[in-house]
Structure formats: C-alpha cells, structure tokens
Design a protein around this ligand. Structure first.
Ligand SMILES: C[S@@+](CC[C@H](N)C(=O)[O-])C[C@H]1O[C@@H](n2cnc3c(N)ncnc32)[C@H](O)[C@@H]1O
Length: 250
C-alpha cells in the first residue's frame, strides 16, 4: 500500500474534508463538489451493471482522487459479513451519501429490498445515479428525510414501503452520530424489528457515538447482544475506529 493511502494527512482532500465538516452537518456534502465528481468518475469508469466494479471504482476514487465518507473497503467487510449473517429481506440504512453503503448491502443480500434515509436531496440524486449504473435501482431506494422529522419519514416507510411489525431484518446506522440512539429507539418503538434483527453502527469511535456505545453496553444480554469490531476510519490505516454489531433480542 502506498504512503498516501496509509497516511491520510499526506492527502490534500483529507485536509479539505476536515475544513468541510461544518458543511456536512447542514448540506450532507464536503462543499468542494467531490461527491458530484465521484458520480461522474463512476459513470465514466465503472462497468455498467457490475456492482463489484462500481464499488471498486468508488473506492479507487476515494483513495486516489478525493476522500469520501463511505463506510469504505475495510469496514465494508464487517458490514458485508453482518448482512450475510442476517440474510435480510428488508434493510434500512440511515445516511446514504453517494450510495456506497447501500450498494454493498445490496451486493451482500441479493434478494433484499434496501431503503436508505438521507437528509440531503443532492445526495439522493447522486446515489440514485450510481445505483442505476450498478443495476440495482429496482431494489435500492433513497427516502429523503430524517427519522427525527416528527414522524414524516417513519410514516413514509410504513405507508409506502412495507415497514410493518417485525419486518425489518437489518439496520445500518451511518448518519448523525448524536441521532444513532434516538433514531434506533424510534425504530424499536414502531415495532419493526424482530428477535434476530441485526443493527450495525459505523464511526462509533470517530467521530464517535459514546451514548450509543454506553447504551449497548448497558443492554448487553438484555435487549441487545453486541460485538465491538476494532477497525480503522475509512480509506486509511492510521486512525482507529469502532463498528458495533448488535443482535436484537426482542
Ligand atoms: C457517513 S455518510 C453515510 C455513508 C454511507 N452510509 C456509506 O457508507 O456509503 C453520512 C450521511 O448521513 C447524512 N445525514 C446526516 N444526518 C442525517 C440524518 N439525521 N438523517 C439522515 N441522513 C443524515 C449526511 O447527509 C451524509 O450523507
């Protein structure tokens, strides 16, 4: 692995990302056009209809052009294994960005319907182009909104997309780190999970979701069984991160 891949601070796009953090919380993007450029790169370079090649092309863009906030290739392997273990029919991701995580889930669960909730319309537009290029647009859907928007998005999932009692097999939390716990609680309150549903949470160490981690520790063996995966922040190997994989005990 070359030095720029291993050491993120050697890359300008990583420094630019740090200065764009304020944009991310309001617009869902870094603010320098890298997400639209990533879509353009994928449409020009990735084989149409080849999910694996589309994912590899997004990873290549994130390593060689501009860093992206995807779950990425290393943590993606943890996500893939958890999805395969759940063998889901219905999946909910929170936080779409350019559509990489949902695409990984769709590859690991070829029969699943995948719904991804995203705050920013511009990210939904980007992700839909990537999913169409990969050939999964018929079973991967972006819903623009948030779980905390007073019930509007939760109702859309229930009324239009078949989210009913016990129907939800897998949840991927990868959005606002402060919303992990309240949003999961809202999902539990709707009764959509069943014993054996699996929830994976990214970035529990960086940027960090301490309340979520403390809750899962406190609930160990009661409502949830959690495994903490030690890993790295996406697209480099210097900064440690944690991914939590939790089984719902119901
Ligand atoms: C880390 S990125 C998601 C990466 C994606 N899961 C992947 O692996 O490719 C976080 C995304 O969450 C979105 N976001 C932030 N707060 C949100 C919220 N409360 N609800 C839904 N999406 C949110 C941001 O706009 C951004 O696109």
């Amino acid at each position: 692995m070359d030095l720029k891949r291993r050491i993120p601070l050697l890359r300008w796009s990583v420094w630019r990302m740090a200065t764009g953090v304020r944009n991310v919380t309001t617009t869902g993007q870094i603010g320098d056009g890298r997400e639209a450029a990533a879509v353009d790169y994928v449409l020009r370079n990735a084989k149409r209809g080849d999910v694996g090649h589309v994912l590899a092309t997004i990873d290549k863009y994130a390593y060689d052009k501009s860093m992206l906030m995807n779950v990425g290739d290393e943590k993606g392997l943890i996500l893939d294994a958890a999805v395969r273990r759940a063998d889901p029919a219905l999946v909910l991701e929170l936080g779409t960005y350019v559509g990489y995580g949902a695409l990984r889930i769709a590859r690991a669960a070829p029969k699943a319907k995948v719904f991804s909730v995203e705050l920013a319309e511009a990210n939904a537009v980007n992700a839909r182009q990537i999913w169409a290029h990969a050939g999964v647009a018929d079973r991967v859907t972006c819903v623009v909104g948030t779980i905390g928007d007073g019930g509007r998005t939760l109702d859309t999932l229930a009324d239009e997309h078949g989210f009913t009692g016990g129907a939800l097999d897998f949840v991927f939390l990868d959005h606002d780190k402060n919303a992990y716990l309240p949003d999961l609680q809202s999902i539990v309150d709707r009764g959509w999970l069943h014993p054996g549903s699996i929830v994976v949470a990214d970035n529990v160490r960086i940027p960090g979701a301490p309340k979520y981690r403390a809750y899962m520790r406190e609930q160990q063996g009661k409502l949830w069984n959690t495994v903490e995966h030690k890993t790295h922040v996406e697209y480099q190997t210097m900064m440690a991160d944690l991914v939590l994989e939790s089984d719902y005990l119901g």
